[in-house]
Design a protein around this ligand. Structure first.
Ligand code: ZN
Ligand code: ZN
Length: 134
């Protein structure tokens, strides 16, 4: 049985599931994630388009195409929470922090970060034991 994860936005209008193993799980320090989301780095789980299903509230899930990046923010029109963003490969990037919130503060072990990437572009240094890739 493939693992299935269920997440929802703050107002619980939009519910989304992710099935199987994420393509990537890690901390992304790239400039694009910073620009898209205004965060110092992005704790990501990355999924193929067909692994992610809108289970409820599709009418309330809007997307905004960034003016210069090949990335979209997909968010709930009622509470504004970003459920995922997309990248140039059309992956679905779900924040580990959103999953953690939906799992009562406990990120499932199979979704935890395995590495840092684009670490050379970082704006904060991270002192942990995970491998760090530029
Ligand atoms: Zn909402
Ligand atoms: Zn990034």
């Amino acid at each position: 049985m493939a693992e299935k994860y269920l997440i929802e936005c703050d107002c619980k209008t939009v519910k989304i599931s992710m099935t199987g193993e994420p393509r990537v799980r890690g901390f992304c320090h790239c400039e694009d994630c910073r620009d898209l989301l205004k965060i110092p780095y992005h704790a990501v789980t990355a999924w193929n388009e067909d692994q992610v299903t809108v289970e409820q509230g599709a009418d309330s899930l809007l997307s905004y195409q960034h003016p210069t990046l090949e990335m979209k923010r997909c968010f709930c029109k009622d509470c504004g929470e970003t459920l995922f963003n997309t990248n140039a490969m059309n992956w679905r990037i779900v924040s580990q922090n959103l999953v953690r919130k939906c799992y009562a503060g406990n990120l499932p072990a199979a979704l935890r970060s395995q590495s840092h990437f684009f670490y050379g572009s970082r704006i904060v240094d991270i002192d942990d034991d995970l491998p760090k890739h530029d």
